[in-house]
Write a protein that binds this ligand. Sequence first.
Ligand SMILES: NC(=O)C[C@H](N)C(=O)O
Length: 328
Amino acid sequence: MKKIKVITTGGTIAMGEDKSTHQIVPKLSGEELLSHVPQLNNMAKLDLIQYTNLDSSQLTPKMIWDLAQLVEESLAEEEISGVLITHGTDTLEETAYLLDLLLDTTKPVVITGALRSFNQLSSDGEANLVQSLQTIIEPRSKNKGVLVVLNNQIHAARFVAKVHTNKLTAFSSINAGPIGHIDHCGVHYFYDLVKQITIRPKELEERVEIIKLSIGSSDKLIQAALDYGYKGLILEGFGLGTLPKNITAGLIMAKEEGIPVVVTSRCLEGRVYNLYGASAGGANIADMDIIFGGNLNSTKARLALMLLLGEGLSKNEIRRYFGFKLKM
Ligand SMILES: NC(=O)C[C@H](N)C(=O)O
């Protein structure tokens, strides 16, 4: 039997009802969570660590940075074949992507969660845990980077996003589709996704924020972010990456201060690039030394920028990562 490290972090999968308010709150320790699914012990030898027990809205990039360390230590244990992480679904895609960038391993790392806690109707925690473990012990799950398993689907960290607030089908792989499926016959992969890149800086630059733009947005938030000492900005613009002209002064200020500004799109799918002319927004963006964020969504672009800044890369090197090395 394979030995698998299970690291629990909280989320709905470990929640239950508070009888006085009827709300869902953190309830189950790691041990209690696993005791809900005794069949896991017939599938692998489990070695449990409860990392924390929080709603995933309360996690921070630094906590995921430290989690990466813990996962690395676990994977370094020769007898450990893989790591299963349980997590809240709200920010699961951020943890998955940050770990995917940080970890350099061929052993499988799978993250799962649940949309419904064990006390709710049609709770999905049991199936998600079993399918995650099935995925980890499947030999073809090696060298695929961090995987996300929920609702019978296997997603690559690079593409996965929570696209619905509470349906069991909440997770989707944007721009790509899931890389695999789990059914009664086992684990099936549709295509081969090789882990793409590892960025392992000595530190994490957390002073990176996202500013979402809409028609007529001013540059006040950009200026405020620069005044507060932010070291990098993600501007979520429109369509292919156009921006409202009112923010021009803020962009000039960022350029003068040498702060990398990465443009992403409010669109759910597709890439951003410099197609539109100056009067439409595109070309003057290039003049402002803007970096196009490929097809990363804003939250993932923010995490990548935190690592690239932590590595101490120049703006041009960062541009190369977003345009080419992060391979989108
Ligand atoms: N389904 C969930 O896990 C949602 C929960 N609020 C969390 O992200 O921790």
